[in-house]
Design a protein around this ligand. Structure first.
Ligand SMILES: [Zn+2]
Length: 158
């Protein structure tokens, strides 16, 4: 993917945050693009400025779309305060491990923001007060436990 200039930050455009159902809802909290752009800068520095870019997997959601994707009733995505992101190294076209992206956010915001760990993506939001969750799966966790955990987490956080 070619690097291009975004209309919100160097790597981000408003349309990337827009609700994916096509309704046109594209409210984005003032702070969110900068929080994500700073993460891109961090990995650009770490990788000597190689072509690091970010993909917004899920940004702002209208209520209908949020329900359809199983988001919680209080989801920060409803308010334009959240994004699920993947940061890529464009040179090798591989994703920076989601755990490294979450580690970065937790280090920069030790007592604020919402940070959620998923397999292959990272949730970041600009809520107050802070929230943390980890729904990455591994072979040690039984499916039943995982489903229960996911239900609880969706109820309260995502
Ligand atoms: Zn929508």
């Amino acid at each position: 993917m070619e690097k291009r200039m975004g209309d919100m930050t160097p790597n981000l455009s408003r349309k990337e945050f827009a609700c994916q159902c096509g309704c046109g809802y594209d409210t984005v909290d003032y702070d969110l693009p900068d929080v994500i752009q700073n993460a891109v800068y961090h990995f650009q520095d770490k990788h000597q400025g190689l072509r690091i870019h970010v993909k917004i997997n899920s940004g702002t959601r209208c209520e209908t779309h949020n329900t359809n994707v199983g988001g919680s009733m209080e989801s920060q995505h409803l308010y334009g305060k959240a994004a699920d992101i993947v940061i890529y190294d464009g040179l090798t076209d591989t994703a920076i491990p989601a755990s490294k992206v979450a580690d970065y956010f937790e280090r920069i915001y030790p007592r604020s923001h919402g940070i959620g760990r998923y397999n292959g993506r990272t949730h970041i939001d600009v809520r107050e007060p802070m929230a943390r969750w980890d729904v990455t799966t591994d072979e040690d966790t039984s499916m039943h436990e995982k489903q229960w955990l996911n239900r609880m987490i969706h109820k309260f956080f995502t």
